[in-house]
Every structure is written in C-alpha cells, then in structure tokens.
Design a binder for this molecule. Structure first.
Ligand SMILES: NC(=O)c1ccc[n+]([C@@H]2O[C@H](COP(=O)([O-])OP(=O)(O)OC[C@H]3O[C@@H](n4cnc5c(N)ncnc54)[C@H](OP(=O)(O)O)[C@@H]3O)[C@@H](O)[C@H]2O)c1
Length: 364
C-alpha cells in the first residue's frame, strides 16, 4: 500500500589530498521535476530525501512495516539539523512512503537513490526489482567498491543483463549522522568544492540510457545541501580508488582497535601497517590507479592527520555492534588480488581479524 502524505512544510524555513582539484565538472541545465525513490532511509537517504523534496516528488522505500509506522507516527516528517546552526533546523514533510517488497505497489521506478550500507544493497534492490526496467536509473552511494558488479551479477545475470537498469555511481564526501529515525545532523559537506556528492554514469550504460541518466543526475544538481557535482568517469574512478585505499589503510585496523585515526597513527607500528596495506593496494590496483606505494601512504597518513580525532564508520559500526562494510573495502582488494594472482597477506589478516571481532561481539 502507498501512503500519500501532506505537503505542508512545518518549522522554520530558512584541498583535500584525495580530491585535490575537481576537473571538468559537467553542468547542463536540463533538470525538471521528477519522482525519486529513496531506498534506505538512514542518514544519507534522509539527507537526499529532504533536499530532493524541494524540487521533486519523493517516495521513501522503507525497510519494514515498523519503519513505516514510525514514520507515520512522526507526522511523516524528516528533521534536518546542521551542526552548530540551530536556526537551520527544518522539519520537512510531503513524502510518499512504502515498504520495500510491497506487492500492491504498482508504480514504475524511474530514479532510485540507493543509500543502504554496501552489504544490504543487493537484497534491498532485489525487493524493488519488479518496479525496475532498462528505463530505470539506480544511483548507488555505498562506501567501498564492488556493489554495482554484485547487483548486476546477482539480479540481472547472463541474458537478463539486457533488462538491467542504468547505474550511476556516487562518491560521498558529506558527513551526516542519524540521531534518531528520520532525524539527521549534517556535520559537513554542504559548502566546500572538494566536499559533497560526486556522481558519474557507470561506463556500462547503454547508448539509449544516456538521456534518462542525465535527467536523474541533473535533478540532483543545484540543491543547496546536497552539493552534488557530475564528474567524468575517469575522475570519479580515481576518487574511488584513492578513497578505497584510505579506507583500506584505516578502517579495519581502527575498527579492531576501536580507536581514532590519530591514535592509530601515533604509533610506529600503526604507520608500518599502513605502509604494508599501501604496498599491496598499489600492486593490486596498478592497472587502474597510477600511484606509488609512497604516494598512497602520504594520502592515507595525510587523511588520518587531517581527521585525527575522527572515528571512522567501521569503528562506529563495531561500537554499535553492527556488521561492517569491510568486504567492500579490504575485501574488494582481496577479491581483485585473487583474480590478478597477487598475494595480499596484510589485507587478508585484517579482514579475518575484523570478522572474528564481529563474531565475538555478536554484530548484526
Ligand atoms: N553517513 C555518512 O556520513 C556517510 C559518509 C560517507 C559514506 N557513507 C556511506 O553511505 C552508505 C549509507 O550510510 P548511512 O550512514 O546512511 O547508513 P544508515 O544510517 O545505516 O542507513 C542505511 C539505511 O538502509 C536501510 N536498509 C537496510 N536494508 C534495507 C532494505 N533491504 N530495504 C530498505 N532499506 C534498507 C536501513 O534500515 P534500518 O533503519 O532498519 O537499519 C537504514 O535505514 C554507507 O555505505 C556508508 O558507508 C555514509
């Protein structure tokens, strides 16, 4: 069943080493109002929903009937706060909402923003597959790498690939926290040119899918809090690889130690482990990423210095007893290394130890 909700807005109206320069940002003015479905309404999903709603129709695809009841009990609102700016608190309604997998919903989904964690993306997309076709566009915003390939292989294998939606890949350089369901705190990402959301169509999209993909991406441009940029694939893939290496260098180790970035690099041993990870990553990713182990080390170490007090998402997941996204971070390197016949003992050790820790704390 679909719930059509009221449209009143309540409340007040109102050079990083990873991304040194944003080159060749593509801006075409062809946006018009459309309907977006947001699959995964945690921190990032609510962030998209709030801003897209100012120009588009938005349907939240919720995980369960319970989530739908929670949303209805909040008068169908999402609350947005910006850090240190209490005057910027807004409560926004006007969303439609449905439960993922609802068989009575019979609307085609043209544009879907997928904002689940990486390990949940395939099952989440499977639940909406009856609403998707080749004229749909999925925009993926998961941390790490490998989600797009996994989705296509598991949901549209072999000849079914002809029916697969177009895929847009996103890199997220916002920081948003879910303080309670449908209530988010935006910590960073709305103002700097090197922050925000970066999107690019996957190179595999069909020629006839180009226009739909452009419309979906353009609909996300110019919305103040999203700070979205469309970049060429070559730029985005380099962003992704470098971000992957940073995550490989810091996430598993700090997750196991439950420490901040700064605490990890305070020891010589921590820095040595980062070097070993960078050596393995440079070798495995050498066909795609033109960087020496020393250059990668400087990027990882520099990120840890800049964000010394921060505890990365893997630490936060472990502290909350949630399963981590490590299979899409160091796990991706291990899978690529296997294909390329390259030994990666340090990455392998970290993934095994982190999984052992998830098991020990009964992470779900
Ligand atoms: N938050 C940030 O600042 C940030 C920054 C950079 C990158 N990222 C990346 O962005 C992605 C999303 O992060 P997030 O912080 O928004 O995570 P999150 O707050 O945990 O939100 C994920 C949402 O997906 C929902 N979900 C899971 N399985 C689903 C399914 N089968 N059907 C429908 N919904 C489903 C979850 O439901 P429940 O509510 O039931 O759990 C949750 O609401 C992650 O890959 C993360 O690493 C986040």
């Amino acid at each position: 069943m679909m719930y059509s909700l009221c449209t009143a807005v309540l409340g007040r109206s109102f050079i990083h080493p990873l991304f040194p320069i944003v080159v060749a940002v593509v801006v075409l003015d062809i946006s018009s109002s459309m309907r977006y479905h947001v699959l995964g309404t945690g921190a990032i999903g609510c962030h998209f929903a709030v801003d897209l709603r100012s120009q588009h129709d938005v349907t939240l695809v919720l995980r369960s009937e319970k989530a739908l009841q929670d949303f209805l009990s909040r008068q169908n609102e999402i609350t947005y706060r910006r850090v240190n700016q209490p005057d910027e608190t807004v409560r926004i309604s006007g969303f439609d909402a449905m439960v993922a997998g609802d068989t009575s919903y019979n609307t085609h989904m043209d544009a879907v923003i997928v904002t689940t964690k990486a390990q949940h993306a395939t099952e989440a997309v499977r639940s909406i597959k009856p609403h998707l076709s080749r004229s749909s566009t999925l925009v993926l915003f998961q941390n790490g790498m490998g989600v797009a390939d996994e989705l296509l292989e598991k949901l549209w294998p072999g000849p079914d690939r002809q029916e697969a939606p177009a895929i847009v890949i996103g890199v997220n350089r916002h920081s948003v926290m879910r303080t309670e369901p449908f209530d988010i705190l935006h910590n960073a990402g709305w103002d700097k040119p090197t922050d925000g959301y970066f999107v690019s169509p996957s190179p595999e999209i069909g020629a006839e899918q180009g226009d739909q993909v452009q419309s979906v991406m353009q609909g996300m441009i110019g919305l103040a809090r999203l700070n979205t940029k469309i970049v060429p694939w070559s730029t985005l893939s380099q962003f992704m690889m470098k971000k992957l290496v940073v995550n490989c260098g810091l996430n598993a180790a700090t997750g196991i130690l439950e420490c901040s970035n700064g605490e990890y690099i305070a020891s010589e041993q921590g820095c040595q482990l980062i070097r070993q990870i960078c050596e393995e990553c440079a070798q495995v990713l050498s066909p795609e990423l033109d960087a020496t182990p020393d250059e990668l080390y400087d990027i990882v170490h520099g990120t840890a210095v800049d964000a010394a007090p921060n505890k990365c998402s893997t630490v936060q997941d472990i502290m909350a007893k949630r399963l981590t996204e490590i299979e899409y971070i160091n796990g991706y390197i291990i899978r690529k290394a296997k294909e390329r016949n390259i030994p990666v003992p340090t990455n392998t050790f970290f993934v095994l130890l982190l999984h052992a820790k998830e098991h020990q704390i009964h992470a779900k």
